[in-house]
Design a protein around this ligand. Structure first.
Ligand SMILES: Cc1cc2nc3c(=O)[nH]c(=O)nc-3n(C[C@H](O)[C@H](O)[C@H](O)COP(=O)(O)O)c2cc1C
Ligand code: SF4
Length: 531
């Protein structure tokens, strides 16, 4: 009966089926954890706070362009326990719908009608197919072995890269990562070796490796595909990282909606544990409960510790003060999946795969293209090259979002610009997680921007006033402008000022990036905002 059990709150609530009537009190009585703490944690996470909403329709941009609004409306009319939700990492199979904790691809109004008001029957007949669905990946190459993540090849559980890493020794492994020029694929593009060296240099010897598989940025779904197709690479990369920083415990944080990738990772862990190829490296899995902000690294650590997922002030950074206050090396799924190939083929090999910046890159492409999917290409291809790999544009290109909602919108004039960290940063955008969304000339930019603003407003954790108030202020301003009533003329006058305050006064990247969809759209598509 102690407060130390607080880290169990999310699990206890998951087992109780969420924060339903009386659940917090019952758990409090059984465990001695204060009811307020249980309520505080439960109310933070969408899936715990609203356990009755068994069907969630993605309202992300790609799903909206594919008719998610109609699916949501049909589900409401059919009496399903439904609500809209933020991006489900299914932009290539839009509209994506969540049934309990499983993402169902390409759900139609007919599917909703066939469920006949029973959420469990929603596509239940297609269950077998749903469990095994894989997105489209490419490109088909003569020698796909030339790619770091290599999604087209079958998994290889031999552990040969780990064995090679052990032979090389930790110093040489870190040197290979440095030579490779590998930059984080989770959004910030931070050089991986700096974090590896930083963790290794800590006096504290109890250290952890953490996998960030929260993948919630609208437009992004590559990590889902890596876990489904190459769980071997993800686990082997983490085992190599653990060996290099002298850690034995590795934590995997998967978003709660990733029921199918979870199964793939769990099976792969079992295979490795049975074969024992990674010695004393232990994997621990943790499922999120629906909160985009938990992708931010320090919010993720808070969530892993069983708390509300609110970002911490930095510094100190996780390499120094991470999980349970111990030095922690955290990486995105794609970043860590590049590691085995770097060890086996050398840092030089990886570096040369890119154009200007190092490596191959998984680009997600969705929206108005013929074959939405995940494409592994040299880091630095242009939009035109990417879309060519994805079967070409559907309709006339009007705008594109190069790296998820946080990257804003760019005009066709930028279609020849390298989709890379540096070159997109130069024009006030970002590569982010490379979730490229293509918009054709049927789209009104006000609708596209609104979708992103609604997302940021819903997902702000609320601890910084500029972010909490600013995300709402921008969305309300756009709504007033669209309404065209008295206040509309002034509604967008103060966007730049609000953006500045959000940029300066927000703790984390959410508040800093949230104004971008609106500011970039106003700059590049002013005609769509004329009164
Ligand atoms: C609001 C916000 C959301 C984020 N979401 C994710 C995410 O879903 N997955 C991810 O890997 N990184 C995400 N990041 C980036 C992480 O904070 C961190 O940079 C990353 O996990 C580091 O791994 P990497 O160096 O391999 O990219 C997010 C950052 C912010 C500010
Ligand atoms: S910027 Fe927004 S999401 Fe990030 S910590 Fe502050 S309130 Fe939370």
């Amino acid at each position: 009966m102690s407060h130390d059990r607080r880290h169990e709150i999310p699990d206890l609530l998951q087992q109780a089926g969420g924060l339903s009537e009386g659940a917090a009190r019952r758990i409090a009585e059984e465990t001695g954890i204060p009811e307020a703490d249980i309520y505080g944690v439960g109310s933070f996470y969408h899936m715990l706070a609203r356990p009755d909403a068994k069907v969630r329709v993605c309202t992300g941009l790609s799903c909206q362009m594919a008719g998610a609004d109609k699916v949501l409306r049909a589900a409401e009319l059919a009496g399903l326990p439904v609500e809209g939700c933020s991006c489900l990492a299914g932009c290539d199979v839009s509209p994506a719908v969540l049934r309990d904790r499983r993402v169902l691809p390409s759900v139609s109004v007919e599917d909703i009608r066939a469920a006949d008001g029973d959420w469990q029957r929603l596509r239940a007949a297609a269950n077998v197919a749903d469990e095994h669905w894989l997105g489209h990946v490419g490109p088909e190459l003569d020698d796909p072995d030339t790619l770091a993540c290599n999604l087209l090849a079958p998994p290889d559980y031999s552990g040969s890269a780990f064995a090679r890493a052990v032979e090389m020794g930790a110093e040489a492994v870190v040197a290979a990562i440095e030579e490779s020029g590998l930059q984080g694929r989770g959004g910030a593009g931070f050089h991986a070796h700096i974090k590896w060296k930083g963790t290794r240099s800590q006096a504290e010897t109890l250290r952890y490796v953490v996998l960030n598989a929260d993948e919630g940025e609208p437009g992004t779904f590559k990590d889902r595909e890596v876990m489904l197709r190459r769980p071997d690479k993800v686990l082997e990369g983490m085992a190599i990282a653990a060996m290099a920083i002298e850690a034995t415990d590795v934590y995997l944080y998967l978003r709660g909606e990733f029921e199918i990738p979870w199964k793939a990772m769990e099976d792969a862990i079992q295979r490795y544990e049975d074969s024992g190829v990674f010695g004393d490296v232990h994997f621990h899995m943790h499922a999120g409960n629906g909160a985009y902000i938990c992708g931010e690294e320090t919010a993720l650590l808070e969530a892993l510790e069983g708390k509300r997922g609110m970002p911490r002030l930095k510094p100190p950074f996780p390499v120094e003060f991470g999980l349970w206050g111990k030095p922690t090396l955290m990486h995105n799924v794609e970043t860590i999946a590049c590691v085995p190939s770097i060890i086996e083929r050398g840092g030089d090999w990886f570096r040369e795969l890119g154009r200007g910046e190092a490596g191959s890159k998984l680009y997600c492409v969705s929206g108005h293209v013929a074959k939405p999917g995940t494409y592994e290409l040299p880091l630095g291809v242009t939009l035109d090259e990417l879309v060519e790999a994805a079967g070409g544009y559907v309709g006339e290109l009007k705008a594109f979002s190069p790296g998820g909602a946080s990257s804003g919108f760019l005009p066709p004039a930028e279609r020849g610009r390298p989709l890379a960290f540096r070159s997109l940063g130069e024009i006030g955008s970002m590569l982010g997680s490379a979730g490229v969304v293509v918009l054709n000339d049927t789209v009104d930019m006000k609708d596209a921007v609104r979708s992103q603003l609604v997302f940021f407003e819903a997902e702000s954790c609320g601890q910084c006033a500029p972010c909490r108030i600013g995300t709402r202020y921008l969305r309300v301003g756009l709504d007033k402008h669209v309404d065209g009533n008295g206040a509309s003329a002034d509604a967008l006058l103060h966007v730049a000022d609000a953006a500045w305050q959000m940029n300066e006064g927000s703790i984390c990247g959410l508040g800093q990036a949230a104004p971008l969809p609106l500011t970039l759209a106003l700059a590049h598509f002013p005609e769509d905002f004329e009164a």
